[in-house]
Ligand binder design. Structure first.
Ligand SMILES: *[C@@H]1O[C@H](CO)[C@@H](O)[C@H](O)[C@H]1NC(C)=O
Length: 495
């Protein structure tokens, strides 16, 4: 048994050897990082800006333009982003995305209820048609009868329709002389339910030269489907809560958009394509809700978060004239579980520091002759959040070879589909000069799809896109001790 003095000498020698060129205590010996740079700023939902933007948008419309009947339902349009109203709304869809349908269950005509009645058709009766949100399209029905069933059947055929407004429009040149139907009975359909208070289009235009009168509306009735079916979750997402009357007031907020109808697929497409937050990473959650102003549907909000929220923070019910309705939360489904290395724990719960070359989710390998070149640590000071973190570069600092950290499972990807891979990286451990040669390669099925040479850098988010071949493999290769690279909060999401 060596003497105490000898043990001490050995230990000292070990430290000296590791730090031979750098003087840095390596991670395996619980060294202290050059900087504790974890600055996760707690950005909460900016309810003030959202609420101040509501009165600035006008999303009300109806079948009151010159477009012919039966035009296809236009794509969902973004009307405001982060408090800025868009003059010309932009389509919420993006290149790689299939335009998902709202998937509302088909209803039979008996599945409707009357919301309001028309004025009648006496000579003096005057009425108004609806100008409201989420207008979809309209049709012209034969006016031999006041064809409620025909109108509700039309609503059944239009994706997303939950409400129909049936009315006569007189002295309309196109209806009287141009459109093939030669009828003045209009059926306008909507993706939201409206009330008699919204009968604001009362005609008044001179469309046919005098002695013809001005346009006017008669017998305008409103019908809504009895049940508003739940929308199917967007692809790559799952429902977290809702519908409730509370919008999220939650941390990890990234911003918001207003869209012109209640369209969960549009919110998802916006979340998928919203640029990552440097501090928080990719959009991982959205909250969709409808704003009622004095009881009238006014706009549809999508708010975006890099942290996953739930119903416990869905406590913004609106204030004053504004009421939150149909609030639902959806989170993005991760393809890679335990990208935060939190599944790795020390043998005893009382230990707060340990490391290993592998556990169930990740395995680290060193090249020939290397030692501990890719490891997993359980130690809060090294992790971005929580306790777990991956390390590239010899944990004991005995060599300067790069290691490889591989996710042990094949990802449940679909061949041909695009995915986004995100991760956080930090290379501050050994200080500025030690970090000069820091590098990390992202390997997708063994191929390098991204390389970073960041030098000295605090926790920073990176992302890339990769096309799947199905059952794909993800790994990180890098580190050149003392240029250590810590990797944390890795995610893979469908685009
Ligand atoms: C039916 O529509 C035609 C064309 O707009 C119109 O001339 C006629 O007066 C309408 N009939 C009724 C009963 O409203």
């Amino acid at each position: 048994m060596p003497s105490f003095a000898r043990l001490l000498t050995l230990t000292l020698f070990a430290i000296t050897a590791n730090a031979a060129t750098t003087g840095i205590v390596p991670p395996s010996q619980r060294g202290i990082p050059d900087a504790f740079d974890i600055q996760i700023i707690d950005v909460q939902t900016d309810t003030t800006t959202i609420e101040a933007t509501v009165p600035l948008v006008d999303q009300k419309s109806g079948a009151n333009d010159d477009s012919p009947p039966n035009h296809p339902v236009p794509e969902t349009v973004v009307t405001a982003v982060d408090g800025k109203v868009l003059d010309v709304g932009i389509s919420a869809r993006t290149e790689n995305r299939m335009a998902g349908s709202p998937n509302l269950a088909k209803r039979t005509v008996p599945g409707y209820t009357q919301v309001f009645a028309g004025t009648g058709t006496r000579q003096t009766d005057r009425d108004g048609s609806i100008e409201g949100t989420a207008y979809l399209t309209y049709t012209v029905l034969n006016n031999a009868t006041y064809d409620v069933d025909g109108c509700l059947n039309f609503c059944n055929r239009v994706n997303g329709c939950v409400f129909a407004n049936l009315y006569y429009e007189f002295n309309n040149y196109l209806l009287d002389f141009v459109f093939s139907e030669k009828s003045n009975l209009k059926c306008a359909v909507y993706g939201d339910v409206h009330s008699a208070a919204e009968k604001t289009n009362r005609g008044g235009q001179q469309q046919i030269p005098p002695p013809a009168g001005l346009t006017y509306v008669q017998h305008s009735s409103g019908w809504s489907s009895k049940t508003l079916s739940d929308p199917a979750p967007p692809e790559g997402y799952e429902l977290v809560f809702g519908p409730t009357g509370g919008a999220n007031n939650a941390p990890g907020y990234m911003g918001f958009a207003f869209i012109d109808k209640y369209d969960v697929n549009a919110c998802a497409a916006l979340c998928n394509t919203r640029g990552a937050d440097r501090n928080g990473g990719a959009c991982q959650y959205f909250n969709i809700w409808r704003a009622l102003v004095n009881g009238v549907p006014t706009t549809y909000t999508c708010s975006f978060y890099y942290l996953i929220a739930d119903e416990s923070t869905a406590v913004n019910y609106g204030q004053g004239d504004l009421k939150v309705t149909y609030s639902r939360g959806y989170k993005r489904k991760p393809l890679l579980l335990d990208g935060g290395f939190e599944g790795y724990t020390c043998p005893s719960a009382s230990e707060d520091f340990c490391f290993a070359t592998s556990y169930s989710a990740w395995v680290g390998t060193s090249p020939k002759g290397g030692s501990l070149d890719a490891t997993i640590f359980h130690y809060a000071p090294y992790a971005r959040v929580g306790h777990g973190v991956g390390l590239l570069g010899s944990a004991s600092g005995v060599d300067s070879l790069p290691g490889t950290l591989s996710f042990t499972k094949a990802l449940s990807t679909v061949a041909g589909k695009e995915y986004t891979v995100g991760f956080f990286h930090s290379s501050v451990y050994g200080g500025e000069s030690a970090a000069k040669e820091a590098f990390v390669e992202v390997l997708w099925n063994g191929n390098v799809v991204k390389t970073i040479r960041p030098g000295y850098e605090p926790w920073t988010f990176y992302e890339l896109r990769a096309t799947a071949r199905g059952g794909d493999r993800l790994a990180f290769r890098g580190g050149k001790a003392p240029a250590w690279s810590f990797i944390d909060d890795v995610n893979v999401f469908a685009l």
